[in-house]
Write a protein that binds this ligand. Sequence first.
Ligand code: PEP
Length: 257
Amino acid sequence: MTLKRRKKIVGNWKMNGSTVFARTLVSDLLEQLSPALTEQVCLCPPMPYLPMVAEALGQSGVSLGAQNVSSYNDGAYTGEVSATMLADIGCDHVIVGHSERRTLFAETDAIVVSKVAKALEQPGLTPILCVGETREEREAGQWQAVISRQMQAVLEGIDRAGVARIIVAYEPVWAIGTGLTATAEQAQEVHALIRQQVAALDSAIADSLLILYGGSLNDQNAKELLSQPDIDGGLVGGAALVAEKFARVCNTLAEVG
Ligand code: PEP
């Protein structure tokens, strides 16, 4: 029996914004977001704005996520932010292994696994694990091997109870911030493959696993992508910086179920 998964939209602001921007964006978004959908939406502002955004979100039901977490516990790790701190300030989600972190900050699969593990030590924190292939890897026909390697590292390094708490985001690197979106067919193919890989470990976990799509997702293409059977929501970058666009992406959930 296939489970009905509750879709989710996550907005990744990346390193953008200011206090004024954050306050305005949240207030505009809350005005335009369908009240029935707030619990399916998560905002990931830069670290310094997390407490402010938490306050602005209030009891709206919208979740708060960080864009990164340390693979260390609290202590002598200058510049790092631990999972305990994120949980302490009210984060319930954290993006882990975004392609920008993997490529610009040399995060290996092993580092990504350790960050997922640290997030999972906090009972209320959900890691959003990003996987995806580069343009060269897709053109060389290696996308399957790359995604399967990134997934396998986590499936081997995290116990089943932990895997059951993870959200996966498929983000083809060639589609992030480029305006090039994966076609609904391309994305569905990868999502189905990820689900199959998890099913080999545990079919119940695979059935309930949320797999988000990210890569130039916007208000124009959201409906088609989010209608695919294995696409359970989106991780949105650029379009999450404009309240009207992001609200329209989120409100698409009312149409796609
Ligand atoms: C992202 O930042 O994860 C992302 C998908 O960005 P964009 O929507 O701009 O491609």
